[in-house]
Design a binder for this molecule. Structure first.
Ligand code: NAD
Length: 417
C-alpha cells in the first residue's frame, strides 16, 4: 500500500500545478507556498475533576495580500500544524476565487470535543481565543466555525475578545448566532452553496437535478443541511454517513427526520429506523449521480478512486480528494467540482456577516441567499469557462483563478523593503 498524501502535500501539489499553468516564477511560487504567520499556543485546560491538561492550539495566516485573513477553527484530535497550514492555503485561493477581499487562515485545537463537558469546552475555547487574541481582529484575521466547532464556539470567542478589548467587537468572528451580530442565512450557507455548485454542474451537463441521486459523507453542519436542501429541491438522497458509519435507502432518505433524530440526542445516524447500515467506504462507492464528501480530508485517494461510480463529486469538505485520487477520477470521466468552489458559500456569507457587523446594518435572509446564489453561479461559470479554454480540470481552473489573483496582488503591492 503506498503512503497517502497528507493535506499539506496535496495543497502544495495543487499549487504547483496552478503555478506551472500560470507561468509564475520560482520566487513567486515560494511566496505563495509559504504561510505568512504560524502561531502555536499551549491551551491549558482545567478538567471538571480538577486535573490539568495542556492541549496544543494553532492559528496560521497563510496570506494577507488581499485583505485580512479569514478561516475556520477546527476542534479535532488529529489537528496539527501541517493540516492547519494546508487548510489556510485553500482558504486563500477560495477567497480570491470568489472575489472577496480576504487572505486565508485556519486554526484549531487538537482535542476531541465530544469527550469534553460543555463547561470544559467553553474553557478551552476562551483560553484558545485569548492566546490567539494578539493576531486576530476584524481588520486582521476573522475566525469562523469548522469541524467540531459551531455558533456557540463563535459566541464564546467573540465574548472573550470583546472582554479583552473593553467593548463589544462583533466583527472579530463570523458564524455567530444572530442574537450577537450573526447573519441570517449563515448557518446553511456552505450547504446552500454546495447545492448551487451541484446544480451548476448537473445543468451544464444537461441533467435535471430533480430525480438525481445523491450520497453525502459527513452529516454535520455542511453535509446535514446539504442533504436536506438537495432533498427539498427534488434530489433523491440515498445515503448519508457520519463518524460511526452510514445509512442507505435506495428509495430515498428523509434528511429532515435524520436531523431531528440527531437533535433529539442520538450521536449517529447509524441505526435510524427503516434504513440499511453501510460503511463510509461503501458510501463513497455507491452508484449515484452526485457524491458529496462533506467530512474530512483525503477520503478519495489512489486506492479507492477507481471504485467511485458517481458521475459528479461535489466537494463539501476541504481536500477530500488527494491528487492521486483526482487523476483517477479525471481519467474515469468523473466531474469533480473542487472544494475551493463547491464549499465557498460559507466564507461568502461570512464575508456578508462581517460587512453587516462593520456597518451595524443587517440584511434579510432573502437578500443574503440571493447574493450567495449570484456569487456562486458567477464563480462556477468563470471556472468552467477557464477549464474549457485551457483544457484543464475544474480544480486546476479554480486554483489558477485564485492563485493568479493572489500573485497579481503581490506584484501590484511590491515587496517591502
Ligand atoms: P462538523 O463537525 O459539523 O461535521 C463533520 C461531520 O463529519 C460529522 O457528521 C462527523 O460525524 C463526520 N465525520 C467525522 N469523522 C468522520 C469520518 N472519519 N468519516 C466519516 N464522517 C466523519 O464539520 P463541518 O463544519 O460540517 O465541516 C465538514 C467539512 O466541510 C470540513 O472539511 C470543513 O473544513 C468543510 N467546510 C466547512 C465549512 C463550514 O462553514 N462549517 C465551510 C467550508 C468547508
Amino acid at each position: 500500500m503506498s503512503a497517502r498524501m497528507s493535506a499539506l502535500d496535496s495543497a502544495l501539489h495543487q499549487l504547483g500545478i496552478a503555478v506551472h499553468q500560470l507561468g509564475l516564477d520560482d520566487g513567486m511560487h515560494a511566496m505563495l507556498a509559504t504561510p505568512r504567520r504560524s502561531m502555536q499556543v499551549a491551551v491549558p485546560l482545567r478538567r471538571d475533576d480538577g486535573s490539568l491538561e495542556i492541549l496544543s492550539g494553532y492559528r496560521v495566516q497563510h496570506n494577507l495580500s488581499r485583505g485580512p485573513a479569514k478561516g475556520g477553527i477546527r476542534f479535532h484530535p488529529s489537528t496539527d500544524l501541517d493540516e492547519v497550514r494546508a487548510l489556510a492555503m485553500w482558504m486563500t485561493w477560495k477567497c480570491a476565487l470568489i472575489g472577496i477581499p480576504y487572505g486565508g487562515a485556519k486554526g484549531g485545537v487538537a482535542v476531541d470535543p465530544r469527550l469534553l463537558s460543555r463547561h470544559e469546552l467553553e474553557r478551552v475555547t476562551r483560553r484558545y481565543a485569548s492566546e490567539i487574541t494578539p493576531i486576530i481582529g476584524p481588520e486582521k484575521d476573522i475566525p469562523a466555525p469548522d469541524v467540531g466547532t459551531d455558533e456557540q464556539t463563535m459566541a464564546w470567542m467573540m465574548d472573550t475578545y470583546s472582554i479583552h478589548s473593553g467593548y463589544t467587537v462583533t466583527g472579530v468572528v463570523t458564524g455567530k448566532p444572530v442574537s450577537v451580530g450573526g447573519s441570517e442565512g449563515r448557518g446553511g450557507a456552505t450547504s446552500r452553496g454546495v447545492m448551487y455548485a451541484a446544480f451548476s454542474a448537473l445543468h451544464e451537463a444537461g441533467i435535471d437535478h430533480r430525480g438525481a441521486t445523491v450520497a453525502v459523507q459527513g452529516f454535520g453542519k455542511v453535509g446535514g443541511l446539504a442533504a436536506q436542501f438537495l432533498h427539498d429541491a427534488g434530489c433523491i438522497v440515498v445515503a448519508v454517513s457520519d463518524w460511526k458509519g452510514g445509512v442507505h435507502d435506495p428509495r430515498g432518505l428523509n434528511p429532515a427526520a435524520l436531523l431531528r433524530h440527531l437533535r433529539s440526542g442520538a450521536d449517529t445516524v447509524v441505526g435510524f429506523p427503516g434504513t440499511e447500515t453501510i460503511t463510509n467506504a461503501e458510501l463513497l462507492e455507491l452508484d449515484v449521480d452526485v457524491l458529496v464528501p462533506a467530512a474530512l480530508e483525503g477520503v478519495i485517494h489512489e486506492e479507492n478512486a477507481d471504485r467511485v461510480r458517481a458521475s459528479f463529486v461535489v466537494e463539501g469538505a476541504n481536500g477530500p480528494t488527494t491528487p492521486d485520487g483526482d487523476a483517477v477520477l479525471e481519467a474515469n470521466g468523473v466531474r469533480v467540482v473542487p472544494d475551493v468552489l463547491a464549499n465557498s458559500g460559507g466564507v461568502a456569507v461570512s464575508y456578508f456577516e462581517w460587512v453587516q457587523d462593520l456597518q451595524a446594518y443587517f440584511w434579510t435572509e432573502d437578500e443574503v441567499n440571493d447574493r450567495l446564489k449570484r456569487l456562486m453561479e458567477q464563480a462556477y461559470e468563470q471556472v468552467s469557462d477557464l477549464s474549457r479554454e485551457r483544457g484543464v480540470s475544474l480544480r486546476t481552473a479554480a486554483q489558477m483563478i485564485g492563485v493568479g489573483r493572489v500573485a497579481e496582488a503581490h506584484r501590484t503591492r511590491g515587496l517591502y523593503p
